[in-house]
Design a protein around this ligand. Structure first.
Ligand SMILES: *[C@@H]1O[C@H](CO)[C@@H](O)[C@H](O)[C@H]1NC(C)=O
Ligand SMILES: *[C@@H]1O[C@H](CO)[C@@H](O)[C@H](O)[C@H]1NC(C)=O
Ligand SMILES: *[C@@H]1O[C@H](CO)[C@@H](O)[C@H](O)[C@H]1NC(C)=O
Ligand SMILES: *[C@@H]1O[C@H](CO)[C@@H](O)[C@H](O)[C@H]1NC(C)=O
Ligand SMILES: *[C@@H]1O[C@H](CO)[C@@H](O)[C@H](O)[C@H]1NC(C)=O
Ligand SMILES: *[C@@H]1O[C@H](CO)[C@@H](O)[C@H](O)[C@H]1NC(C)=O
Ligand SMILES: *[C@@H]1O[C@H](CO)[C@@H](O)[C@H](O)[C@H]1NC(C)=O
Ligand SMILES: *[C@@H]1O[C@H](CO)[C@@H](O)[C@H](O)[C@H]1NC(C)=O
Length: 587
């Protein structure tokens, strides 16, 4: 009897264990790995897949031509607001962070109450890693990535950093901005090339990844952002001049080198995913955080990005500032070799990735992002989004909203027309200077790896060229292109209506009263969003952040203040110690 009962018990345990194992294996294998690559300040026309031949981007293009190019992927016009939206799934007006990007010494951060993307994905069993830029505040440790859902962070906290040693200048302070989780990591960047350091880290994470868990890897590059004093840093200037000598503008030539290293990085990441058996179950998304900076209107850097032929650049609410480069590839999805004109917003990735991970999106309240997973996996023919709030910025006195093909630009009284809102900068396409070679894309690392998943009967050059032509919008902008040599300024005062489907270059303001009801609907939606906008904070620039107080490092500088606020009682010894340190600092 006793023996039988033991046997029964062990059987029950074994059955239980096996079913647990099956459940575990099936659940982890069904969750896709999510690889998110973000370029910084990359312009519409900097990648080859929108029709440019000037700087070859064969790896990025191979991802795009094999997958789905998202030709209406809206982002915010600058770094911090865009990353707020990506991480929270909300428009940045919901948290008061719709304004200028954070400076390193600013006492500001994404509010701690906001639950962010890696936190959601951790709940779904993901291992979560951030490589590179954060830019969502770090004045206290609790705001840094590893305290907010990332299992690891290797990179920098600020808006950008030097490519040869990860030193960040944020006027008037300068210091090393390099961290491995919470530890200083300057040595890992010293005299190395930033993009390569991030690539090596990403490859290391991929190689070491425990395949019992799904992977969320965000690679957030500094490339192609320029740094202090117009400097664009490449690996080696002489080699760069040899490779891109055909580019006349010196800055643009350096820009090409930065972009080239970024493109190479994409190839290495795809290769590592494949050799680690992760690629077959991965979704790879490549996006830019905002439009290209032809010059940087905020910090006056001469970046020489190009948004040709779109109007506007980084900081602008015209398409050139907010219609970001975006392409998605996955062997799991049906969209291949295609371009979509469906509207996406950067906030959509939070619910979309949570849905991809098997999470219940209905439980996520208060977000603006729309779950697009059913569109991406082919269960739905169209996206569920038609409206996008582009932004509302009371300090800059501008706002914009889109519904379908219609876009309303609102310029409040007193708005100063700015260079950034025009067709300025280095943006012409001169095909006679370079001959585009699709063979480069076909022979790229990315394409060689991805070709395993592609039917061999496909004529790649024909297919890729067809997709490229679909993704190139020049044909809709012929009048603007003819007038490319004119520096037009059409001051924006009041509300202007555009049809961004037929006129993506925003060349014609629609004044025909037949469309006034459309304009009125957009106005009232914009009024509504204005009514729920959280005011932009007055940001405190804090001298106590100066890296000279922290052995030359940018790091959280107000942790003691936080502890002070949490002090339960004055008779608490550690509280007294903290107060003493604080008093000492103030004096
Ligand atoms: C990195 O580049 C800057 C600007 O060119 C230079 O001043 C600095 O010395 C360089 N750092 C190292 C470690 O070489
Ligand atoms: C590309 O997308 C369009 C629009 O969704 C669709 O009609 C077409 O069949 C797709 N083409 C391919 C080759 O998948
Ligand atoms: C999109 O909207 C349709 C129609 O309202 C709805 O049935 C569907 O569930 C929605 N899809 C997603 C992914 O939210
Ligand atoms: C294009 O480049 C060629 C060769 O450098 C030059 O002669 C021509 O003027 C350029 N065209 C434009 C529109 O810049
Ligand atoms: C692929 O298409 C191109 C362009 O249409 C054509 O020139 C080439 O011969 C085709 N290649 C094959 C192998 O059919
Ligand atoms: C722009 O180019 C056109 C055609 O070449 C020419 O007629 C026009 O005068 C030019 N405009 C300016 C402002 O240079
Ligand atoms: C205004 O738009 C209507 C509707 O598209 C069109 O019929 C009409 O000709 C337009 N009027 C002018 C002056 O362009
Ligand atoms: C004393 O204050 C510290 C710092 O805020 C806190 O961590 C600790 O829990 C407090 N101890 C007691 C006994 O209240």
């Amino acid at each position: 009897m006793l023996f039988k009962r033991d046997l029964l018990q062990s059987l029950v345990i074994i059955v239980f264990f096996i079913s647990y194992l099956i459940a575990f294996v099936s659940s982890s294998s069904s969750k896709p790995n999510i690889i998110l690559i973000i370029a910084d300040d990359l312009g519409w026309n900097d990648v080859g897949f929108h029709g440019s031949a000037e700087i070859p981007t064969p790896n990025i293009d191979a991802l795009a031509y094999n997958g789905l190019i998202m030709n209406r992927h809206y982002v915010l016009p600058t770094c911090t607001p865009s990353r707020v939206s990506l991480m929270t799934g909300k428009y940045p007006i919901r948290v008061g962070l719709q304004g200028d990007p954070m400076r390193s010494q600013d006492r500001v951060a994404l509010p701690i109450e906001e639950k962010i993307l890696p936190q959601y994905l951790k709940e779904q069993g993901y291992k979560t890693h951030l490589v590179g830029k954060w830019h969502l505040g770090f004045y206290q440790t609790r705001f840094t990535p590893t305290k907010r859902g990332f299992d690891s962070h290797f990179g920098f906290y600020s808006g950008t950093t030097r490519y040869n040693d990860s030193v960040t200048y944020s006027e008037p302070y300068e210091g090393i901005d390099a961290h491995r989780d919470l530890s200083p990591a300057g040595a890992e960047f010293y005299r190395k090339y930033l993009t390569d350091v991030f690539t090596e880290e990403a490859v290391r994470i991929i190689k070491n990844h425990d395949r019992n868990h799904p992977l969320f890897l965000e690679i957030s590059h500094a490339a192609v952002h320029a740094i202090k004093n117009n400097i664009l840093q490449v690996r080696n200037v002489d080699e760069n001049n040899r490779k891109f000598g055909y580019i006349k503008n010196e800055h643009r030539r350096l820009f090409a080198g930065i972009l080239d290293a970024l493109d190479e990085s994409v190839g290495k990441v795809i290769e590592a995913l494949d050799s680690s058996q992760l690629l077959k179950n991965s979704v790879v998304l490549f996006i830019s955080d905002n439009g290209g900076a032809t010059v940087d209107p905020l910090w006056k850097y001469e970046n020489t990005a190009s948004n040709w032929p779109l109007r506007g650049m980084k900081t602008s609410l015209y398409e050139g500032g907010v219609r970001g480069v975006a392409a998605l590839w996955s062997p799991l999805l049906i969209h291949r070799n295609n371009v979509t004109e469906e509207i996406f917003h950067i906030s959509d990735w939070l619910p979309t990735f949570v849905a991809a991970a098997g999470g219940n999106v209905e439980n996520i309240r208060g977000i603006d992002g729309v779950n697009q997973w059913n569109f991406l996996n082919g269960q739905q023919r169209t996206s569920n989004r038609s409206e996008v709030l582009i932004n509302i910025n009371h300090k800059k006195k501008n706002a914009a909203i889109i519904n379908g093909k219609w876009k309303l630009m609102r310029c409040h009284l007193g708005h100063t027309p700015s260079f950034a809102d025009e067709y300025g900068g280095l943006s012409e396409r001169n095909e006679s200077e370079v001959i585009f070679k699709i063979e480069k894309v076909i022979g790229s690392t990315t394409n060689n790896v991805i070709s395993k998943y592609v039917s061999s009967s496909l004529n790649l050059s024909e297919t890729f060229l067809r997709v490229r032509s679909l993704a190139t919008i020049d044909k809709k902008c012929s009048e603007r292109i003819l007038a490319a040599n004119e520096t037009r300024t059409t001051p924006c005062e009041g509300d202007h209506l555009f049809n961004v489907e037929d006129d993506p270059c925003e060349y014609y303001i629609i004044k025909n009263i037949s469309y006034s009801s459309i304009a009125n609907e957009l106005k009232s939606r914009l009024d509504y969003f204005e009514s729920v906008t959280v005011k932009q904070e007055n940001i405190i620039s804090d001298w106590k952040a100066d890296p000279k107080f922290f052995s030359g490092y940018w790091k959280p500088w107000l942790d003691e203040e936080e502890k002070f606020l949490n002090c339960a009682t004055l008779f608490n010894l550690s509280c007294i110690a903290i107060i003493t340190i604080l008093l000492y600092k103030i004096i």
